[in-house]
Design a protein around this ligand. Structure first.
Ligand code: ATP
Ligand code: ATP
Ligand code: MG
Ligand code: MG
Lengths: 253, 253
C-alpha cells in the first residue's frame, strides 16, 4: 500500500519544503520508492532539487487538468526518487476549478493514476485555502512541521481544525504527527514551545527534532538534499532519524 | 504627508510581521504618529501585540466593507501607535470582492479615511494574490524583508514583477528598499546571499541588517516589540537603526 503524506502548515517558513525534500531523500536511500509533489506555486521544492520551474515541461497543474496523463509530469531525481514539479501557473488552479463540483478532489484524482510508490509526500504552500485542503483531501496522513516559535505554535489550532473539517470528505485522513523544526537548545524559547507542544499533543509529537543547521539551508543552493550535501551534519543526521520515525509510525495495516 | 508602506514577500517566514511590529514601534517612539495594519488572515501582527484576534471587535475586514467607518477598527496600542487588527474572517475578503470592479482598491479606500498619521505600515501574508496586490495598490512605498537564504532570494524576481504590474494601477508606488533579515555573520550563506542582493539591487538594499536574535522571536510571546522587551538586545538596536534609515530614505517631497 502507498503511504500518502501531506506536509502542511499555513505559517510561513517553518520547514515544510525542507522536510519534504529531506525526508523524501532519506526514505528513497532506504530503498523505498518515493514520489514528491510540489504543490506550492512558489515551487521551492522544484528549485531545491536544482530544476528550473519555468522550463518547458508538464507540472502538477497539467496533471490536475488531465489526471490520466499524470505520469508525464513525473521527473526522476535519484534512484527510487521522483518529483512532480510546480511553477507559478499552479496559482491559477484555484480560480480555474472554483466552480468544479470536485474542486477539493483535484489532487486526489491525480494520485489515483500514480501507482507503484511506497511513499508520496506533498509540499503545501503557507495558506489554509484551496491547496492545503486539496493536499489533505488527497492523502491518508498529515504531517505538521512545527517551528518552535510563538506564531507557528499559535497557528496549530486553526490547522488542526482544518484537518478535522477535511476528514468529512476524506475519512481516511489521519494525523501522522508533528515534527519540531528549527530547534535550538541554546535558547529558552525552544524549550518553552516544545513543552507546550508535548503537553498539548503528547505522543503525536515526534521524538526526533530537526535542529537549526545551516547545511539544511545551504543544500538547496546546490540543488540537493542535506544528506547528499553533507551526510555528517547535524541536519542530515536528524533527517535520517526523522525518516526512520516516519516509517515506524506508519499505521498498522 | 502620510508615508504609506507595504511590507511584502510571498516567501513565508522572512520577517514581515516582525519588521512591521518593530519598525512601527520605533517610529512611534521617535514621535511619529504611526498606524499598523494587519493584512494577513493569520493575524500574527494582532497576536504579536497581545490581542486576541477572535475578540468581538471590528477588524480590517469591517473597514474594507465600510471604509467611511474605518476609524472604528482602530485600536490604540501605545502613545503615537495604533493598530487595525485582523482575524481569520479576512480570508473571506478575496471571494467576497471577486466581482467588484474596485477589487484591487479595497484597502486603498480604507486608507483614504485614516488621516493624521505620519506613517502607515501594512503587514502582508505570504502569497502574491489579492492581499499583496491590494496592499501594494494602497500605498506609495514597498519594503521587502529579504531573509538571507536561497528560497527568499529566488522569490525576488516574481515579487519585483508584481510591484511593476501594480504600478499600472498605482503609478505612485515606489520601491523604498530591501532589508536583509535573519542575518548571521557566522555562516557563509548569509554572505553569499548578501553579495547577490547588493550586486543586483545596489543602493535599494538598506545598510542596516537585522541579525538573527532570539529576543525578536521572544517579544511577541509577551505581546510587545523587541525594543520594549529588551532595548539593549542586538535585535532592538538593529530595529532602531532600520527605523532611522526608513525615515532618512523617505522620498524627497
Ligand atoms: N532546520 C533548519 N535549520 C536552518 N535552516 C533551515 C532549517 N529548515 C529550513 N531552513 C531554511 O529556512 C527557510 C525556511 O524553510 P522552508 O522554505 O523549508 O520552509 P517552508 O515552510 O517550506 O516555507 P514556505 O512557508 O515559504 O513554503 C529556508 O531558507 C530553509 O532553507
Ligand atoms: N531577526 C530575527 N531573529 C530571530 N527570529 C526572528 C527574526 N525575525 C523574525 N523572527 C522569528 O521568525 C519567525 C518568522 O518571522 P515572521 O513571522 O515575522 O515572518 P513573516 O514573514 O511575517 O512570516 P509569514 O510569512 O508566516 O507571515 C517568527 O517566529 C519570528 O518571531
Ligand atoms: Mg515551502
Ligand atoms: Mg507574517
Amino acid at each position: 500500500m502507498t503511504r500518502t503524506i501531506a506536509v502542511v502548515s499555513q505559517k510561513g517558513g517553518v520547514g515544510k519544503t525542507s522536510l519534504v525534500q529531506n525526508v523524501g531523500a532519506e526514505l528513497a536511500s532506504l530503498g523505498k520508492r518515493v514520489l514528491l509533489i510540489d504543490f506550492d506555486p512558489q515551487s521551492n521544492l522544484t528549485l531545491g532539487w536544482g530544476l528550473d520551474p519555468n522550463a518547458d515541461r508538464p507540472t502538477i497543474y497539467q496533471a490536475m487538468l488531465n489526471p490520466p496523463g499524470a505520469l508525464s509530469s513525473v521527473v526522476n531525481l535519484r534512484p527510487n526518487l521522483d518529483l512532480i514539479p510546480a511553477n507559478l501557473d499552479l496559482a491559477g488552479a484555484e480560480l480555474a476549478f472554483i466552480n468544479a463540483i470536485d474542486r477539493n478532489n483535484k489532487l486526489r484524482k491525480v494520485l489515483q493514476h500514480l501507482l507503484g510508490y511506497n511513499f508520496i509526500l506533498i509540499d503545501g504552500p503557507p495558506s489554509l485555502g484551496f491547496f492545503t485542503v486539496n493536499a489533505l483531501a488527497a492523502v491518508n496522513e498529515a504531517l505538521i512541521p512545527l517551528q518552535v516559535q510563538a506564531y507557528a505554535y499559535k497557528a496549530l489550532d486553526q490547522l488542526l481544525a482544518i484537518i478535522g473539517q477535511v476528514r468529512e470528505i476524506n475519512p481516511e485522513l489521519w494525523m501522522l504527527g508533528v515534527a519540531l523544526t528549527m530547534y535550538d537548545r541554546r535558547n529558552a524559547l525552544t524549550g518553552t514551545v516544545e513543552d507546550m507542544a508535548r503537553q498539548r499533543l503528547g505522543e503525536s509529537v515526534f521524538k526526533t527534532v530537526i535542529p537549526v543547521n545551516v547545511r539544511i539551508a545551504e543544500a538547496p543552493l546546490d540543488g540537493t538534499s542535506v544528506g547528499e550535501y553533507e551526510a555528517t551534519s547535524k541536519g542530515a543526521v536528524a533527517y535520517v532519524q526523522l525518516a526512520q520515525e516516519v516509517m515506524e509510525r506508519g499505521r498498522a495495516e
